[in-house]
Design a binder for this molecule. Structure first.
Ligand SMILES: C[S@@+](CC[C@H](N)C(=O)[O-])C[C@H]1O[C@@H](n2cnc3c(N)ncnc32)[C@H](O)[C@@H]1O
Length: 277
């Protein structure tokens, strides 16, 4: 074990941007970042120093902070994450906001979240709409285990977790949903961004979808009309340059009122449409 060092020295020695170093040290000490800032002279235990220096090294090698701390906040919910799931992104909250505008507060509704990953979208919607019943699916059993664990730990019990390849093994085959939401893989295979940043560490099956990034969106859009009730809404997240092509997919599948909404960065990020009678 190394010599004990102070909070201030550990942060300075980490070789990381300050916020990353603070988040890692906050996790290890069980204190928050404000406490760390106010207690630069406090001593770390040798075990805390060793753990911190080891995690700092992994971070310098590119591993995402969320995988090192095993937690990421989404829609105010602290979600456990592992390398089996995509790290939930702030832009996906645009999809949650849109869904909440479509889902009434005082009526029981049925929602399908396709490709739930950590459970981010399903759990945010289930928490905000306690009367809704949310079916959340993923093709990855490992991802589904993380999502189920998140639901249990957060005490959100109006979600049903199902292992399915999009609609193929969906158990509620007789159910017509009021809304289908999905943040599917939508990056083109071979996109150079896949070799950069956090994407290098995230599961490939959560990221890529054929030569143009739209293979999974084609399957999701094509299958949606059979699973939606009349006037039910499909809303999907997609890449920064895909809104026109996704709008075309929805119109060709017979959807009405097709439109796209922007995320906080001003990018057309979510496209939605209504299943006509
Ligand atoms: C971009 S991630 C989104 C995860 C989560 N919904 C979120 O927004 O953070 C896409 C998810 O779709 C899942 N997925 C990929 N192919 C699938 C398929 N054929 N059927 C169901 N889920 C699939 C992946 O395992 C991954 O969890």
């Amino acid at each position: 074990m190394s010599e004990p060092i102070s909070v201030g020295r550990a942060l300075a020695q980490a070789g990381l941007v300050p916020v990353d170093a603070q988040v890692l040290l906050a996790q290890i000490t069980g204190q928050n970042r404000a406490w760390l800032a106010a207690h630069c002279d406090a001593s770390l235990t040798p075990a805390q120093s060793d753990t911190f220096l080891a995690l700092a090294k992994r971070r310098r090698n590119g591993e995402p902070v969320a995988y090192l701390t095993s937690v990421r906040e989404f829609w105010g919910l602290p979600l456990c994450v592992s390398p089996a799931v995509l790290i939930p992104r702030p832009e996906t909250e645009t999809l949650v906001e849109l869904a909440l505008r479509c889902l009434p507060v005082n009526r029981a509704t049925r929602v399908l979240d396709l490709g739930t990953g950590s459970g981010a979208i399903a759990l945010a919607l289930a928490k905000e709409r306690p009367q809704a019943w949310v079916v959340a699916t993923d093709v990855s059993a490992a991802a589904l285990a993380v999502a189920r664990e998140n639901g249990g730990r957060l005490g959100i019990d109006n979600v049903e977790w199902q292992h399915s390849d999009w609609y193929a093994r969906l158990l509620s085959s007789a159910v017509a949903f009021d809304m289908i939401v999905s943040n599917p893989p939508y990056i083109a295979a071979g996109d150079p961004h896949l070799t950069e940043g956090d994407l290098r560490f995230e599961p490939a099956e959560a990221l890529t979808s054929g030569h143009d990034g739209l293979d999974d969106l084609r399957r999701i859009v094509a299958g949606a009309p059979n699973r939606l009730r009349t006037n039910g809404v499909l809303a999907v997240e997609h890449g920064f340059d895909q809104s026109e092509r996704v709008q075309t997919l929805l119109r060709n599948a017979g959807f009405d009122d097709v439109n796209s909404v922007r995320d906080l960065a001003g990018i057309l990020r979510v496209t939605h449409g209504r299943r006509p009678a």
